[in-house]
Design a protein around this ligand. Sequence first.
Ligand SMILES: Nc1ncnc2c1ncn2[C@@H]1O[C@H](COP(=O)(O)OP(=O)(O)O)[C@@H](O)[C@H]1O
Ligand SMILES: [Mg+2]
Length: 368
Amino acid sequence: MSPRSGRDGPGAAAGGTKPGRPPAFDEGPPPDDALVVVRDLVKRFPARSGWLEGGRESVRAVEGVSLHIRSGETLGLVGESGCGKSTTGRCVLGLLTPDGGSVHFDGAEVGELQGAARVRFRRRAQIVFQDPFGSLNPRLTVGEALEEPLRVHRRGGEGRSARERRVAELLEMVGLRPEHRLRYPHELSGGQRQRVGIARALAPEPEFVVCDEPVSALDVSVQAQILNLLSDLQDRLGLTYLFIAHDLAVVEHVSDRVAVMYLGRVVETAPTGPLFDGPRHPYTRALLASAPALVRSRPAPAPVPLEGEPPSPLRPPPGCPFHPRCPHPRRDDECARDLPTLEAKAAEHFAACHKADVEGSVRSAEGV
Ligand SMILES: Nc1ncnc2c1ncn2[C@@H]1O[C@H](COP(=O)(O)OP(=O)(O)O)[C@@H](O)[C@H]1O
Ligand SMILES: [Mg+2]
C-alpha cells in the first residue's frame, strides 16, 4: 500500500488543487493518442441560500476527477444519480467552468481557448442529451432544427440548397426518412426524437461527443437500436465518446473502458472486460450485484446489494466516501480516516480502496 500524503504524481502537477491535498489519481502520463485529458477536476455549486447555516456550504459535485479518453474510443462513465457524471461531462465541454483542475482537448486547455480556437472547439465537441424532447425546440421542424447548427458552425456548404442536401444526408445517417424533415418533435416517437438529437450533434462534424444518458429515457427495445446507431456512427465517422449512464448493462455494451464514479470521485477505472469480470472496488461490485440479470453471461458477484442512499455531496464523509455503505468485511478505521487514491491493481486497472489489495482482491476477501 502506498503512502497517502506527500505524493507528487502527474495528477498533482497538472491540477490546480490545494497544496497538501493528495492527488486523486495516479494513472501516470496520459497516452499519446488521448484526445481528452481531465486532471483533478473540481466543480462545486453554491448550496441554496437560507437553507444551510452560514450559507457558505457548497455542493461538491466533482471532487478531483482525472481521466483520459483516447481518440476513437468510448469511455463509459457510470455511477448512481447525483454522483457528478453530467457535471464532469459539462466541464469537459466547457459548458461549466471548473473550480479546480484542468481539461485538455487535443493538447489545448479548454478553459483558455479564445476566439477562433474556442469556436473551433465548440464545433469539434458536441453533446447528446438524455431528453431529446427537452433539447429540441418544439416550434422548429426537424429540418429547421438540423439547419440551425449548420448555419451556426458554417458547415454543410453555402446556401439553402446545400444545407438541405446536408440535412437529407444527416437524416439518412441516423436512420430517418427524408419526409421526417417536415415533422415537429411532438410528431415523433422517443427513439426518432433521439435520432434527431444525434443528427443535431453530428451536424457540425464533431470529433468528440458527450452522450449524457442518451438511452435512459427510452423503452428497452428502442435502447438497443440507438446504442447500435451510436456504435455504427462511431465506426463510420471515427468519433470519440464520453458515454454517461447509470445503467451498467448499457455502459458495458458500448464502452472500451469504464470509469466508475462515487460522490464526485472516480473510484475505479479499467478496460470494460476486466472491470466487469474482476471489479476491485466494493462499490463497483455492489453496483454489479444490484443488476446481475442485466449484465452479460458471467457469474453474478456476491449478493451484496447496495444499501442506503449516497451521502450528501454537501457534507461528504471523511476518509473513503464509500465507507459508510461499504460491505467489505475488512472495512476499518483506516477507511473512515484516510481518503484512498486510485492505485494500479492490474494493467490499466485502477481502484481507490484501502482493502482492494488485501489477500489479492476484494473478490477473494469476500470468498467469491
Ligand atoms: N446547477 C447546479 N446547481 C446546484 N447543484 C447542482 C447543479 N448541477 C448539479 N448539481 C448537484 O451536483 C451533484 C452532481 O450532479 P450531476 O452531475 O447532475 O450528477 P449525475 O449526472 O451523476 O446524476 C448533485 O448533487 C446535483 O444536485
Ligand atoms: Mg446526469
